[in-house]
Design a protein around this ligand. Structure first.
Ligand code: ADP
Ligand code: MG
Length: 292
């Protein structure tokens, strides 16, 4: 590839809303065989809303929601924002939380009005020595509906099952259809629940699902997909995605994503629309074919 052809190619890409931070990425993109996507904020809108709340016997819905919202008001996770918004929508008083701590990929906990409150995944509950089995049926159904089930524990007792739903972006299905038509395999890499990820994958016709991946496992997931399918592009937006963006042959960040994701990427999508990934692949093939 000549410097001039790369300049022309990256210039054309910029007109189409794809910013190449690295000219060489145009060539790497031509050779990509699989595109892996982060789920939340990349395939989906990234603003989940609370859809369900079921309490265990002896617990009050409004009380548990207020306690959970108190913990989550200290967290920056999108799920946390959904819980807080739901409590506010019911005009619940959200007490002050202290001794807050969060574990990436698990959840968060704090002391609220003298009680210990933990909110997070089923893995988190099991780590606390709690068995979420009483909610298994409901949680599985929520997962199959592409909702993310989470749990609340109060003073070491399982108190509630909650679910949040995060809609798929309106342009995602078409974007993935075009990538398939270009002969690429498509995967999702997510920290989310397996059933939830599988439900999203089924709706979008994805080829491979890497779910319940802890934040430091995303790089290993990229490498596993590369050894299975070949050169890989990874598309993500979050702080957690930065190492995977750097590890992929081509890292693609959402322009609305975190600064660290953008800095770790080779390409940045200026609009919140994954159809630009397919546009960039087509362009890389056209430019690189012309010059051999
Ligand atoms: P993703 O890859 O979707 O960004 P994360 O690693 O951020 O996933 O989170 C994985 C899972 O950990 C979530 O699906 C949720 O079950 C749980 N989790 C993490 N943080 C929180 C929180 N603040 N409140 C509730 N659940 C959380
Ligand atoms: Mg994300």
């Amino acid at each position: 590839a000549t410097p001039t052809s790369i300049m022309v190619g990256t210039g054309r890409a910029a007109e189409l809303g794809v910013l190449f931070r690295q000219g060489e990425a145009l060539q790497a993109l031509r050779d990509v065989r699989v595109v892996a996507f982060d789920k939340t904020g990349t395939l989906t809108v990234g603003r989940p809303a609370l859809t369900d709340l079921r309490v265990a016997p002896g617990f009050d819905e409004a009380e548990v929601l207020a306690l959970a919202a108190s913990v989550e008001s200290r967290s920056e996770h999108p799920i946390a924002q959904a819980v807080v918004a739901a409590a506010k929508a019911q005009a619940l008083a959200i007490p002050e939380a202290s001794a807050f701590d969060a574990t990436a990929g698990f959840g968060a906990g704090a002391t609220v009005a003298g009680r210990r409150v933990d909110v997070g995944s089923d893995r988190m509950m099991r780590q606390l020595g709690l068995d979420p089995a009483i909610f298994a049926h409901d949680a599985e159904q929520m997962g199959d509906e592409a909702k993310t089930p989470i749990y609340a524990a109060v003073d070491g007792k399982l108190a509630a099952l909650l679910a949040v739903a995060d809609p798929i972006k309106p342009t995602t299905a078409e974007a993935l259809k075009t990538l398939h038509a270009l002969g690429l395999k498509i995967a999702v890499i997510t920290g989310d629940n397996r059933r939830t990820a599988q439900a999203v994958a089924d709706r979008l016709g994805l080829d491979q699902v890497e779910a319940e991946v802890l934040p430091d496992g995303k790089v290993a997931a990229v490498e596993a997909l590369r050894s299975r399918f070949g050169p890989i592009a990874f598309v993500g937006d979050g702080i957690n995605d930065a190492p995977a963006l750097a590890a992929a042959d081509v890292g693609i960040a959402m322009g609305a994503g975190t600064d660290i994701a953008i800095e770790s990427a080779d390409l940045v999508l200026m609009r919140d629309d994954l159809r630009a990934v397919a546009t960039a692949v087509s362009l890389s093939r056209a430019v690189m074919t012309n010059i051999g």
